[in-house]
Design a protein around this ligand. Structure first.
Ligand code: ATR
Length: 382
């Protein structure tokens, strides 16, 4: 059947409209390309000036300020913070490429060093975005993949066979992975959990950066030595953090729902123990929640009554989904210093990055990557 005149006109109008929009997009793309090249030309000049004055060419603080400023300008835009972050880390990487000689040897540049986060589930892990951004901004030829794994023994053999340079290990494999490694670092052995694997010339060595990550996050806000520290929970995270607190000279108390788990951890760490149900007052300087209480979707839950908080306390939560948990929000309201779960996550990742690459981690950029990913998750409800 022949289309009627009316229909043909409608199709023509739609086509014209589409073409008009496409021409506009083409013009915008040309403009963007021109602007990016202008930006690179200026970056090249800056590189020369820095070189002339023998100043460091790489400046991750400046780079993170650039992105942070754009985040605040992009509050109501259609562009998500995550997309904005990805575009600008690519631009920053391009600027670096023309400013400096890559630090990796040409042969290392040919094949990427491969890394993975191994766990189950891993689809929501923020590690791939955090590490990929870090590789990109420092110009490291790395590839980081999320791998959903059930059989950890087979996976470790696979890492070795495929010459992975390293891996992050997450729930539920942090303890069981230890049986399959060639070596385990002292600290990880004491904590009895590994969250990082480094391939050292074919030997897979296990480390624990959860502990040092938590201590770095806490130490950014307070000192630990001689402080009374209460840790809520007695799982793997509590063990790693409790161990770190003891190593830093803090006085540790474990508070836990089940008596059995709590008493066991307290015994292992030479700490005091109080059952959660028997906590009627808190006399501590630092309070750390290591349980999943308050995590999405149960965002109104709090691990213990808000009446027990006192404004002189530093309150830390390892939950980062949401970032401002009910516990941190109540603590913030009465004037406590707070440490959110993203900080520990970022610092444990920064330590992994340094173990794998021997390059100082671009912590500020890694933080922005995590915040951008969390922002996207908030908006899409994912
Ligand atoms: P991870 O290894 O990640 O730290 P885990 O081993 O599952 O996680 O440990 C979770 C901790 O949170 C446990 O100490 C658990 O208390 P129990 O030992 O009594 O099981 C604690 N926890 C989990 N959900 C809780 C809740 N709703 N209230 C209080 N404590 C809770």
């Amino acid at each position: 059947m022949k289309p009627s005149n009316h229909n043909t006109e409608k199709v023509d109008a739609t086509t014209r409209n589409l073409e008009k929009h496409r021409r506009e997009i083409d013009r915008i793309d040309e403009k963007l390309l021109e602007l990016m090249n202008r930006r690179l030309a200026i970056a090249k000049e800056i590189g020369k000036i820095k070189e002339h004055h023998k100043a460091a060419v790489i400046d991750t603080t400046r780079e993170s300020h650039v992105i942070q400023r754009l985040f605040s300008l992009n509050q109501d835009g259609l562009l998500t913070q995550k997309a904005l972050f990805q575009i600008f880390t690519a631009i920053i990487a391009a600027s670096r490429g023309i400013q400096q000689v890559p630090f990796q040897t040409p042969s290392a540049k040919l094949l990427p060093s491969i890394f993975a986060v191994i766990g189950n589930p891993v689809s929501h892990s923020l590690s791939p975005m955090m590490h990929t951004s870090a590789f990109e901004v420092v110009g490291y030829n790395g590839l980081y993949l999320p791998l959903e794994v059930d059989d950890i023994g087979l996976a470790v053999s696979g890492l070795k066979a495929l010459k992975f340079k390293g891996a992050s290990i997450t729930i539920p494999h942090k303890v069981s992975v230890m049986d399959f490694l060639d070596e385990t670092d002292d600290m990880a052995r004491k904590i009895k959990a590994v969250n990082t694997i480094v391939n050292r010339n074919g030997r897979l060595v296990g480390y624990n950066t959860d502990c040092s990550g938590a201590i770095r996050a806490l130490s950014a806000k307070t000192t630990i030595k001689d402080k009374d520290v209460t840790v809520i929970g007695a799982g793997g995270a509590a063990r790693a953090i409790g161990f770190g607190v003891k190593s830093e000279g803090g006085r540790l108390t474990i508070v836990n729902r089940s008596k059995e788990n709590g008493e066991k951890l307290a015994r292992d760490l030479d700490a005091a123990f109080i059952p959660l149900a028997e906590v009627h007052q808190l006399s501590c300087d630092i309070l750390i929640n290591t349980t999943s209480v308050g995590m999405t979707p149960h965002i109104d839950d709090i691990p213990l009554s808000k009446e027990l908080l006192d404004n002189h306390m530093v309150v830390m939560d390892i939950v980062y989904n949401p970032l401002n948990t009910r516990l941190l929000s109540e603590a913030g309201k009465i004037g406590c210093t707070t440490v959110d779960g993203a900080s520990m996550f970022i610092y444990q990742g920064a330590e992994q990055f340094e173990l794998w690459t021997n390059i100082k981690a671009p912590v500020a950029i890694m933080k922005l990557a995590v915040l951008a990913a969390l922002d996207e998750r908030d908006k899409t409800g994912g």
